[in-house]
Design a protein around this ligand. Structure first.
Ligand code: NAD
Length: 425
């Protein structure tokens, strides 16, 4: 059954979810405080880069719109998805400012409502947040009762940037954490066309499923990076090891590609937030503390390897291929290239970079770092050494012969370089 959906926060998760809900036959209205994003969505153009997103926005233009007006959006909808950011706070915990702001606004709007409405938290929030923090705010400002006058659910999102549209439409599972039966039924109906397991849980279990998933994936990567560091030391190829290990069905091959570590908008902030939550609640987080430690040292290994070949980097031109935290996204949040570039700056190297999508974001975030932004990947190759930090398709077939290449991501063709070093192989 077609639903009218409001999505608050039109970023990677909100806009992709909204666009996919329209593709599935629903009407969607996105709300964002960023007027430029609103304008762009209303023109049928995605304000972020994600495969297939523009196509959906322009094909279903008549069913998706955007506004800055919460009231208008929520009034014409049956369900509101909260998809605003939950960044790290200064102590590594979670900053709930945006979510709380939005929940307060929803509460105020529900006050004058005379129909039932489902409030769904899709932002990643720590266990206990929906039940103990957001529900009381909603009840206070709406002067209504959760479970009676409105529904409350927690529906974590597992999409990956770069393949977000595909992931949203083809999930491994859908998790519906709910406070009340009516909101659970409502979401079950919304997701009825999906051919995957639907797990129904409490609000807090849904929140913990999201954190446990991200923490496990980060752990798997840090684990294989540690093994990779051992392998490098004894001249063993960590990818051969990963292939052998990954065939064990209990382990699996995914997320066993060693390299310079995990970055992005989710793993770093979510792992740190769970560590901080554990400490606040009196639990030990031994494993997760070390997962972060391994990840912090891993990118700098690339510079160590570089210095094996060029011991003094002062004045040397070092080319970097890739700024995005992974291919097919323009997102540079917590990209592993950031500590690498900062280290090269400290060593007084001249830095040249190229990334097909993420250069504008990098310039904006680091305006003071002196970097030469190249207009092509080939231009980067004209350096004293090249570091591979993200594998975009257009880097695969470059001519690396005659170059010094230090590879953080395993680009097979780069092995034809004059000097080639892989970070864990
Ligand atoms: N990016 C991912 O891959 C991913 C995957 C799964 C879950 N998540 C989680 O989803 C949430 C959103 O992440 P994201 O990457 O989409 O963030 P994002 O920064 O790309 O988007 C957030 C959007 O919310 C808007 N916003 C902020 N305050 C607002 C307000 N008061 N009212 C309306 N809009 C407001 C911002 O302008 C921005 O467009 C986070 O909790 C994140 O952890 C992200």
């Amino acid at each position: 059954m077609q639903k009218n959906i409001a999505v608050i926060g039109a970023g990677y998760v909100g806009l992709v979810s909204g666009a996919c809900f329209t593709k599935l036959g629903n009407n969607v209205i996105c709300v964002d405080v960023d007027e430029k994003k609103v304008e762009s969505i209303n023109k049928g153009k995605a304000p972020i880069f994600e495969l297939d997103l523009d196509e959906i926005l322009s094909s279903f233009k008549d069913r998706i719109q955007a506004t800055t007006d919460y009231g208008r959006a929520i009034e014409i909808s049956d369900i509101t998805f909260v998809c605003v950011g939950t960044p790290s706070s200064s102590d590594g915990g979670i900053d709930l400012t945006y979510v709380k702001q939005v929940i307060k606004e929803i509460g105020k709007i529900l006050k004058d409502f005379n129909k039932w409405h489902n409030v769904v938290i899709k932002s990643t929030v720590l266990p206990g947040t929906s039940q103990n923090i957001l529900l009381p705010i909603l009840e206070k400002y709406s002067e209504k009762k959760a479970g009676k006058d409105f529904g409350l659910s927690m529906n974590p999102e597992f999409l990956r940037e770069g393949t977000a549209v595909y992931d949203f439409l083809n999930p491994d599972r859908i998790v519906i954490g709910s406070f009340d039966n009516k909101s659970k039924e409502n979401l079950r109906e919304l997701y009825s066309s999906f051919d995957c397991p639907i797990i129904e849980t409490s609000l807090s279990a849904a929140e913990m499923i999201k954190y446990a998933s991200n923490c496990f994936l980060g752990t798997k990567i840090s684990f294989i990076n540690e093994i990779g560091n051992f392998c490098k030391g004894i001249g063993v190829d960590a990818y051969e090891v990963a292939d052998g290990v990954g065939l064990d069905k209990r382990i699996g091959r995914a997320f066993l590609d060693s390299g310079i570590g995990w970055g992005g908008s989710c793993f770093p902030k979510d792992i740190n937030a769970l560590i901080s939550w554990a400490k606040q609640n009196g639990y030990l987080s031994n494993i997760l503390d070390d997962v972060v430690k391994v990840n912090d040292i891993q990118p700098l290994k690339l510079v160590e390897l570089l210095k094996k070949h060029i011991p003094n980097l002062k004045g040397k031109t070092i080319g970097i291929l890739g700024l995005a935290f992974k291919p097919n996204t323009d997102d540079i949040r917590e990209s592993r290239v950031i500590p690498i570039i900062l280290k090269l700056v400290e060593e007084d190297a001249q830095i040249k970079v190229y990334d097909p999508k993420a250069m504008d974001n990098f310039k904006q975030q680091f305006p003071k770092i002196k970097i030469h932004y190249c207009s092509s990947a080939e231009e980067v190759l004209n350096s004293e050494a090249v570091l591979i930090t993200t594998i975009w398709d257009e880097f695969i077939d470059l001519d690396y012969s005659g170059k010094i290449v230090i590879d953080g991501r395993r680009l097979e063709n780069a092995k034809s370089a004059k000097i080639y070093e892989g970070v864990c192989w």
